[in-house]
Design a binder for this molecule. Sequence first.
Ligand code: 3HC
Ligand code: NAI
Length: 700
Amino acid sequence: MIQHDAVVRLEIVDGFGIVTIDNPPVNAGSTPVRAGLLACLADVAQHDLRGVVLIGAGRSFVAGSDIREFGAPLAPPELPQVIAAIEDCPHPVCAAIHGAALGGGFELALGCDLRIAAPDAVVGLPEVTLGIVPGAGGTQRLPRLTGLAKAITLVCSGRRISAPEAHDLGLIDALAASSDPQALLTTAFRALQGAPHKRRLRDLPVPVADPDAVKTAEAQALRRGKGRPNVQEAVALVKLSAEMPTDTALARERAAFQSLRLQEEAFALRHLFFAERAATRFEGPTAQPAEIRRVGIVGGGTMGQGICRAVLAAGLPVTLVERDAQARDAAAAAITGALDRSVGKGHLSPDDAYARKAALAPSHSLSDLADCDLVIEAVFEDMKVKQDLFRVLDTMLKPGTLLATNTSYLDIDALAAVTSRAADVVGLHFFSPADMMKLLEVVRAEHSADRSLSTALAFAKTLGKQAVVARNADGFIGNRIYAAYRRHAEFLIEDGATPEEVDNAATDFGFAMGPLAVGDMSGLDIAWAMRKRQAATRDPAARYVDIPDRLCAAGRFGRKVGGGWYDYIDGQLHPSDDVAAIIAQARAAKAITPRHFSPDDIQMRLLGAILSEAAAVLADGVAQRAGDIDVTLVHGYGFPRWRGGPLWRASGEPPDRIARMCDAAAQASGAEGALGSVTDMLAPLRAERQEIEKRKSGHA
Ligand code: 3HC
Ligand code: NAI
């Protein structure tokens, strides 16, 4: 055995060279990995071999290039050089893939002559999701296997492709029986024996394309890519594969990658990448999560059904309990109807729909939850209803069952207090529609055990959700900050802006929808009812805008009745003269002289409101770190991902502009300025940016 480097080693078995990459946890392609690969490839060239297998130790092949290196000059050897060495290797090289082969990891595999994979492996080029383009030949080698149209779709979506699908697409030559290293090696040896010659993808022609299919794929990719410059670049690069000599196109691709990785957008997305992972961690001893084999859901309304669809999609069986037989049947029918519609639209196979229906056990008896490992409560948002339910569940569930509430605003400690198992109680705050929305706030109540939290986080991962750990508090992280943002939108309107000016400023900033259009979509009547309930306890000193009450009093409950902040004609939104009159009356009643706001004024004030509330959320310990707030607003509230989240965005603003934002937000709300705590909150992000700037200038 020849030991080159701790992270890459070569051994020779039965005349095959085996090059193992061993860089835990996911074999990211760091500088030592690239150097080790190059050294091993130089070595194998010296031996008379039947072929070479490239394989990863531990849980992955190669998860991609090491993202932490992207903010600085890349140290040699760079990945294209390693891939060129594979292509120049005198022996055929087979990538044996398990776990993930993503980004640079998949490009490494595409540089090989053959690829075999474990059935549960995933491959793909997720670079666009990091604000960049593939930088080591992905846009040139992939189309030679899939054709242009498919390659545009895959590269521009960044979609992770399962090994069986990759096999069907011709990206993988053979599937191994399992991800066991021996099974992988056996399959790789067999593949090499069956194809003993070099087969460099770069030498293959790009299959002749149907121009209409390419045009359709391009239009769809650009639409889904929301005009981001790196997606436009990715489309152009894939098309180049059919237009220019490979070396020229590869050089163009590398130059685009090198330039994009140092753009603001790529830094923002890398910030989010690491923030997303950090948000799922909590302070405290690591506890082994309990196994969840069956999930119980109580309440089959909007949220209960959505959660049920999400759990079934993750392959877990569900017992869904409603109040009576009629409500049970209605909930079950709604869920099976949704599955049938998904089949009709081609989003789900009939077999999968059948399996999900079979895994659903509707019931109207809480005693049917006795064998569940996790029970999620999604009944009416009413403390008494939930407490009564928790008391009964406490007597029925087996010891150790994780008991979760989907409450939006109620005190989880007060729910846990009526049970004898407060350590097993957590919040699982899903967003609507629960099977579509990625965010899941995992709420730690006062007595929640570490093990309960670990189990909840593992469950979130099983569902494919982005978890963020929050503390029990009114509105947790997201709803609390969003409420401040929405309230501020109302201040702006009372002060002189129009609904469309506020919403346009928000969408110009990158939000998918403005706060007022969102309000119309959700319905203004629910919040109105809540405000009426809370009227007696409201702080009389706090600024209160009564325009939404006036809209509701005029029957303008939102989109569902054809009018709210806007008029809706044939589903289309239009500014409303009636609303303008209601706003004018409200201002006149408070003797407010309307003033003009520029789009920048509006953006600054909305961001100021978000920052001030975010600082309070952090100071109260509801969120653990600044990045958690970015992750929450991006995944749950439509904050533009490519801006890295509100705090990351703000950390790039000059301090005097932040001071003006906070002052303006404070003045409008009548609250005390939060500049001190906002500055503290942004400090670690500013330090991160300064470090990046230093490294960038090193690059220049
Ligand atoms: N670079 C650096 N660190 C990485 C990494 C990467 N490419 N991929 C994962 N990690 C780190 C994570 O930050 C995490 O570190 P931590 O424990 O300190 O938080 C650790 O590896 C484990 O990652 P996950 O928590 O995400 O582990 P999972 O098992 O849930 O998921 C995975 C594994 C599917 C491989 C997932 O980590 C992943 O999707 N990774 C990113 C893949 C990617 O985007 N690759 C493309 C990179 S760009 C590129 O290659 C450019 C090329 O074209 C030149
Ligand atoms: P919903 O009114 O649509 O559904 C509640 C369901 O619970 C009803 O079908 C009702 O029959 C059932 N139910 C009531 N008491 C029951 C009991 N004792 N046993 C069994 N079933 C019972 O309400 P929705 O919107 O689904 O909300 C449920 C919970 O989720 C609330 O706590 C809400 O605050 C929270 N939530 C709601 C979101 C939303 O957008 N709708 C978003 C996030 C959380």
